[in-house]
Design a protein around this ligand. Structure first.
Ligand code: 5GP
Ligand code: ZN
Length: 115
């Protein structure tokens, strides 16, 4: 756990948040500045900076499972959703702890870069 990392604190309940799903390896909580009716962040409890920071396969599988659980809980499995993970400056990654944005609940646009 990194003491200066907000997502380490939320994922390990040092700071509480609005959780949607949790297991031993990951948790999912609502983004504080939602861009869609469903905007949930899936994060590992261990600290990794990005998706390519040596994340164990078991953790990646747990993140995929969490996305599925979030989609089911939010009722967007059939309507669809978008998963985004920003890595580095050109992607405007603000929080340097790996996270998947899970967005849904409305039409998100046609293009890859649509909001
Ligand atoms: P990034 O640009 O790093 O991919 O996005 C970080 C996201 O984390 C943003 O959408 C922002 O609203 C969200 N966020 C940042 N700090 C907090 C926080 O303390 N609590 C919650 N729930 N979301 C946060
Ligand atoms: Zn962290």
């Amino acid at each position: 756990m990194h003491d200066d990392c907000i997502f380490c604190k939320i994922a390990n309940h040092v700071i509480e948040s609005d959780y949607v799903y949790e297991d031993d390896l990951v948790c999912a909580f609502r983004d504080m500045n939602p861009a869609a009716p469903t905007h949930v962040l899936v994060v590992p409890k261990e600290h990794y900076e990005t998706i390519v920071d040596g994340v164990p396969a078991q953790t990646l599988a747990a993140m995929t499972h969490a996305i599925d659980e979030v989609a089911k809980a939010e009722g967007i499995s059939e309507s669809g959703f978008r998963v985004i993970s920003n890595a580095g400056p050109d992607a405007d990654q603000v929080v340097k702890h790996l996270h998947f944005h899970v967005l849904g609940g409305r039409f998100l646009g046609e293009g890859l870069l649509a909001e």
